[in-house]
Design a protein around this ligand. Structure first.
Ligand code: TYD
Ligand code: MG
Length: 496
């Protein structure tokens, strides 16, 4: 029989899964519910952050405090600088998290290379990979600058010492799951270790003025043995995501103490590293086949940045036959529950003859995940288009949220979405009628040539897009756009 450690009030215990401390040993952690995760917390040998209370810090007049240190220094990796409001702030701590294999090490290595190429020392603390592995990756990305220093090993104390010795302008710690504080008994990667290391590294950044970039892994389903639990300890949290099997990578700021959040950076993973993509249009829509039923383009907002995404729908072999309950749509990059609601809206609020059962497949192309309700109209139109076997015009973009009554509801950022569609060469847009006020208000600043149709219902949208079932034109054809416009009494605006 396993022996249970005796509870002793002078030996606190720490859960290795969530970091919660307990005065008594218990078999199951009261906080996270994990079994057999409590172990004795070790006693710290020294406490570097501790200052004697005899010399308390005085308060100062806030207006006399210099903002000099908060000015970001550009790293030269343009899309990262964009997300961080210009660059990295001295003494700040940034956490970059994302699933394994997405390109975190690659991105931060490029940041180090870029800064080192300017002639200042930078340092990579590689706790996860050997320096041989690191140089293997580096070799794929071109010559390594002389000023790029590297330190191998998990010991957080060695990182502190190396920063003191070399005074680098920037330090990357890769990764948080691999560094460890030798004063703690817990294994590297346990929450207690991750927390302790982030605390030490944060103190290091603040005391030395050296900015730190820390890598943290999360699993694909967003479960994170660590990184998210230390978000509150750091200044900036960046998420790096995308589909490993696609080239597109999206960098988003989740938290940023030195500027606005929600800014998005886009990269393409190539053989020689990550390439910033200032104009993602060609990458997103480059392989699009015009004139195929079931394909609709929607300008989504990633942060404040509009991105044109192709939504595709297909009817599977399990479709039709009359009997049976409609199956939920199979989705990729589109919220399945929303797509399911949209099938119901399409069947109940429009004349589209949705087959029963209907086996819909709906996907956002390019490995991107679209979570915005603004994509509702595109998803519904793509499904209607595939049911009616009528393509949506290739030069049309659509956006709008759909309600259960079949109404098209307004979404934020109509003017930014329209501007991006126009820039990419689209000439027509289907938008919520209620959004037209916004769009036309700022239309003065936009170039000519985009015809914007405001629609109030999904049925109206189908009519304008020419995907309406039982439309006057024959199956497989599309009504001429001019006919639709002439016949339409809806609000139509041409941007001037
Ligand atoms: P990596 O940066 O090691 O990912 P992470 O640190 O997030 O775990 O990169 C992972 C993948 O990127 C790897 O499978 C190979 C690929 N890759 C390229 O396609 N091109 C490149 O130039 C490099 C360096 C990596
Ligand atoms: Mg890595």
């Amino acid at each position: 029989m396993a022996t249970t450690p005796r509870a002793r009030s002078d030996v606190p215990y720490v859960c290795t899964a969530c970091g919660t401390t307990s005065l008594r040993w218990v078999g199951r952690c009261g906080n996270c519910g994990e079994w057999n995760t409590l172990g004795p917390a070790s006693v710290r040998v020294h406490r570097p952050g501790r200052t004697p209370a005899a010399n308390p810090t005085p308060a100062v007049a806030l207006r006399d405090v210099s903002t000099e240190g908060a000015r970001p220094l550009p790293t030269g990796v343009s899309e990262l600088d964009r997300v961080m409001g210009g660059g990295v702030v001295g003494g700040s701590v940034t956490l970059l998290f994302g699933p394994p294999g997405i390109g975190k090490s690659t991105l931060l290595f490029q940041v180090l290379s870029s800064v080192a190429a300017g002639g200042v020392d930078v340092m990579l603390a590689s706790a996860e990979e050997s320096l041989t592995q690191v140089s293997g990756r580096a070799a794929r990305m071109g010559p390594v600058p002389r000023h790029l220093l590297a330190l191998e090993g998990p010991d957080v104390e060695a990182i502190e010492a190396a920063v003191g010795r070399h005074r680098p302008a920037l330090v990357v710690v890769d990764s948080l799951q691999s560094v460890s504080d030798p004063d703690l008994a817990q294994p590297a990667g346990s929450l207690a270790q991750v927390r302790a290391c982030v605390e030490r590294l944060t103190r290091l950044a603040k005391s030395s003025g050296v900015p730190l970039l820390l890598v943290g892994h999360v699993t694909k389903d967003g479960d994170l043995a660590g990184p998210r639990a230390v978000e509150h300890l750091v200044d900036t949290v960046l998420s790096f995501d995308g589909d490993r099997h696609h080239a597109l990578r999206v960098l988003t700021s989740v938290k940023h103490r030195f500027g606005p959040t929600g800014e998005v950076g886009i990269f393409e993973m190539r053989d020689d590293g990550l390439r910033p993509v200032p104009d993602p249009g060609p990458l997103m829509l480059g392989d699009r086949m015009a004139g195929v039923p079931g394909s609709v383009v929607v300008p989504v907002l990633q942060g404040r940045r509009p991105l044109l995404v192709e939504v595709q729908a297909l009817l599977g072999p399990g479709t039709g036959g009359g009997a049976g309950v409609a199956s939920r749509p199979h989705t990729l990059g589109i919220d399945a529950a929303r797509a399911n609601l949209l099938v119901a809206v399409l069947a109940c609020r429009t004349a589209v003859d949705v087959p029963v059962p209907a086996e819909f497949f709906v996907a956002a192309v390019g490995g991107i995940t679209v979570s915005e309700p603004a994509a509702d109209l595109a998803v519904a139109l793509a499904m209607a288009s595939v049911v009616g076997r009528r393509p949506v015009p290739a030069d049309l973009v659509v956006f709008g949220e759909l309600g259960l009554a079949g109404e098209v509801r307004s979404v934020p950022g109509a003017d930014r979405r329209l501007a991006e569609a126009h820039r990419a060469g689209f000439t027509r847009a289907l938008v919520p009628a209620s959004a037209l006020g916004d769009a036309t208000a700022s239309a003065a600043a936009t170039p000519a040539g985009l015809v914007v149709h405001g629609v109030r219902t999904l049925a109206e949208a189908l009519e304008v897009a020419g995907t309406e079932a039982g439309s006057r034109t024959g199956p497989g054809t599309m009504p001429g756009w001019s006919t639709v416009r002439a016949a339409s009494n809806r609000s139509t605006t041409r941007w001037r």
